[in-house]
Design a protein around this ligand. Structure first.
Ligand SMILES: [Zn+2]
Length: 217
């Protein structure tokens, strides 16, 4: 079974790292802007330890099929490194396994927590209108006021859970705070979501550990 205390330590570490990050850099209001701000010197997540799991093994355990695609060829905006719905996960090939795993964990969390079922009425509505193109759906949803609050919560949960999972399994993810910043996340929000992050992380950790593919620390 997943180590609850270790998960809580990772959440605490995320809180501390976010608190240290320069909040002035966070004054952006869209994911796109946040991605651009990744170029700025916003402190990146940092982990110590040895990588104990690998992408191909993890992909087999994900609740939906996982496909690696060239950057720009995902069913998502061109700069996106990951994409998912309730039937599939796509991860962009970056040549950095740690980064690819961190993206997989992010998308896996969305699927595991049934975020796409929560979103279903919006997705169906917009998807019908645009002939089922998930890329367009994402873009339209991202601008929908009604959808905004829901999505922010989902993204916070997905990205924070990815952080915790990477920390747990010793994966040196190069992902940046800019992504969370794009959803208006502050360190105070992380505290509010700590229980949900822990539950999500432990669900996935238990699956991975049950499959006995984790190398000893
Ligand atoms: Zn997401």
């Amino acid at each position: 079974m997943g180590d609850t205390k270790k998960v809580q330590k990772s959440i605490d570490r995320l809180e501390r790292q976010l608190a240290r990050a320069n909040h002035a850099e966070w004054m952006c209001n869209s994911e796109h802007e946040a991605e651009q701000r990744n170029d700025l010197d916003i402190a990146s997540y940092s982990f110590v330890g040895e990588q104990r799991v690998h992408f191909n093994d993890l992909a087999k355990l994900a609740p939906v099929p996982v496909t690696l695609r060239k950057l720009g060829e995902l069913h998502a905006p061109p700069t996106a490194t990951g994409s998912s719905n309730n039937k599939m996960i796509e991860v962009a090939i970056t040549g950095n396994e740690a980064e690819e795993i961190s993206v997989l964990f992010h998308e896996w969390t969305h699927v595991e927590l049934r975020h796409y079922n929560d979103n279903k009425k919006f997705v169906d509505m917009v998807s019908d209108h645009y002939g089922g193109m998930s890329m367009i759906v994402e873009l339209v949803l991202a601008t929908s006021q009604e959808f905004d609050t829901l999505r922010r919560g989902h993204e916070l949960l997905a990205e924070s859970t990815s952080y915790v999972l990477c920390d747990y399994f010793g994966i040196a993810s190069p992902r940046k705070y800019g992504y969370l910043a794009g959803y208006g996340i502050s360190d105070a929000n992380i505290k509010d979501f700590a229980g949900d992050i822990s539950d999500a992380a432990l669900k996935i950790i238990n699956k991975i550990e049950a499959a006995h593919l984790v190398q000893a620390a």
